[in-house]
Ligand binder design. Structure first.
Ligand SMILES: [Cu+2]
Length: 269
């Protein structure tokens, strides 16, 4: 029985490790400038944790087999553990987690702070609500008009859903859409908001994931590097309609982006 259990534990361990090594289940091909360092951090975390996982599971199987019950086994006895072993184990785990955290903080900060803001970045405000995403572009004046929670009417959709104030001159040319369009190879400055509960804006191909929190306006930036259509998923369980809270990002050429934006402006007139 001990032998069978050891083999079973090792089998489950090796089969589950295979899926990671063979990358049968992995992030899709990246289409953003940050793909390299995010995937690097991701791979490093999986390799380090994978080694610990393998060692722990192989060790578990061995111990289960070695201390199996046999006719000559001594009666069960309890010990109070080994303080030295527990100390070393706790220290190594702490070093591993704090180390990964410090390394990851560079990657984390690079999407939020470390940068010189390019003058020609594309500003988009993303608003999450139960259960839709809205995207607002500042229009030719480059300025977002005022919005107010009092004006928000999610059931009305569009401009009313994000609470756009029509009295503000800067709001006149703002474009609100249900689909995100972005020009390729230009830095996008996202302002992320939520109307009701916490949502999470996740575009796997763009290696972008950030919670949208009511009351906060969270800035992040990324640069799409390949033309294509990418699905947005809400990655935070946000209510009964969570499963249908998705949208599309269309990364297009600069020319197509200009045309699209001009058409949306024309629609407003
Ligand atoms: Cu959501």
């Amino acid at each position: 029985m001990g032998l069978a259990l050891m083999v079973l534990i090792w089998l489950i361990t090796l089969v589950s490790t295979y899926f990671f090594v063979a990358k049968t289940w992995w992030l899709p091909v990246g289409a953003a400038a940050s793909t390299g360092f995010i995937d690097g951090q991701f791979a490093l975390t999986f390799i380090l944790m994978g080694v610990v996982f393998l060692a722990a599971q192989l060790g578990l199987g061995y111990i289960v087999w070695k201390y199996r019950e046999t006719p000559s086994s001594p009666p069960v006895s309890y010990s109070h553990g080994n303080t030295m072993l527990e100390g070393v184990w706790t220290l190594l785990t702490a070093v591993l987690f704090i180390g990964l955290n410090l390394m990851g903080s560079n990657v984390w900060a690079s999407q939020r702070f470390d940068r010189e803001v390019p003058a020609d970045d594309v500003k988009v405000e993303v608003t999450g609500m139960q259960f839709a995403w809205y995207f607002r572009y500042p229009g030719p004046d480059g300025k977002f008009g005022k919005t107010s929670p009092n004006l928000m009417d999610p059931s009305a959709g569009g401009e009313a859903a994000v609470g756009l104030s029509n009295n503000d001159p800067a709001a006149k040319d703002d474009v609100v859409t249900g689909t995100m369009f972005l020009p390729v190879n230009r830095e996008v400055d996202v302002s992320l908001r939520a109307v009701d509960v916490i949502h999470s804006f996740f575009v796997p191909q763009l290696r972008f994931k950030q919670d949208a929190v009511p009351g906060l306006n969270i800035h992040m930036h990324f640069t799409p590097t390949a033309i294509g259509e990418y699905e947005i998923a809400c990655a935070e369980l946000c209510g009964l309609g969570h499963y249908k809270m998705h949208g599309m990002v269309h990364v297009v050429s600069q020319e197509d982006y200009d045309k699209w934006l001009a058409a949306r402006e024309a629609e407003k007139q």
